[in-house]
Design a protein around this ligand. Structure first.
Ligand SMILES: [Fe+2]
Length: 256
């Protein structure tokens, strides 16, 4: 992957370096975390979305792997991480507290390699003092039990995330599945549903199939959308799920 493509097009669909060589135990560690995800309490009732979140900072002058931020304990003793999308997700306008990523997955070699490579592909205005860069890591799983029970992403239309860069890495996609197709659009179709989006405003469409197959968006330049996942055959016993690691980066600022 070359940096100019992302800078010029605002997105790129690619295979990360770590996909060429990794330990199967580390991939199993990521899959195990997905098996343990809690239901996303912010998803619609009956929603088939599961999620954990972790966040940290990278000191660009020091190293590229970053430092995880401390986990918050809820009143009931659960491990949580705060996530604030500002006004960029009309579905959720205040801070959400997601279940925290486990300690073991936070040191997973594949995850660390992804954070490091992803950060190396970002670019920042260099005016004045360098500050830490914030990163957020979402483990998101969608499931579907049949054609009448799709797994739907949030929000369910073209949108921008707010963070300048978001990387999406496929960890697992069940065979028995339709949908989960990614679309990249111009920013003019932000807040537009796929059915209403003019075709000439859709810049790319693709589906992630391979383990660790990835795409990235430079958020100010493009909008994005992923279609619901649907189990093809509800009589099939096998679970139908799509497991994605999302890694986003945003600047930190000094507030006076
Ligand atoms: Fe998004």
């Amino acid at each position: 992957m070359s940096r100019p493509v992302l800078a010029e097009d605002g997105y790129e669909h690619y295979m990360p370096r770590v996909s060429e060589s990794y330990r199967v135990e580390d991939l199993a560690g990521l899959r195990q975390e997905f098996d343990r995800l809690e239901r996303d309490e912010y998803a619609p009732v009956g929603g088939r979305r599961f999620r954990r979140y972790g966040n940290g900072v990278i000191l660009p002058w020091e190293n590229k792997t970053g430092h995880w931020l401390p986990i918050v304990e809820s009143d009931t003793g659960e491990r949580r991480t705060g996530y604030d999308q500002g006004s960029n997700n009309p579905d959720h306008l205040s801070v959400r507290y997601f279940h925290a990523l486990s300690e073991s997955v936070r040191s997973n070699a594949i995850l660390r390699a992804l954070i490091e490579e992803d950060f190396s592909l970002t670019f920042w205005p260099r005016d004045g003092q360098q500050l830490p860069v914030y990163f957020g890591v979402h483990f998101v799983k969608l499931t579907s039990s049949g054609p009448s029970d799709p797994g739907v992403s949030s929000p369910d239309y073209f949108h921008q995330d707010g963070e300048p860069f978001t990387f999406a890495h496929l960890i697992h996609r069940s065979q028995n599945m339709m949908g989960g197709e990614n679309f990249i659009g111009t920013t003019s179709i932000r807040n537009t549903r796929l059915e209403e989006a003019p075709v000439d405003q859709i810049l790319a469409r693709f589906t992630l199939f391979e383990t660790l197959e990835s795409f990235v968006v430079h958020d100010p330049k493009v909008s994005h959308y992923v279609s619901p996942i649907i189990k093809r055959d509800d009589k099939c016993e096998e679970a139908t799920e799509r497991c994605i690691v999302l890694i986003d980066f945003s600047p930190t600022v000094q507030r006076l």
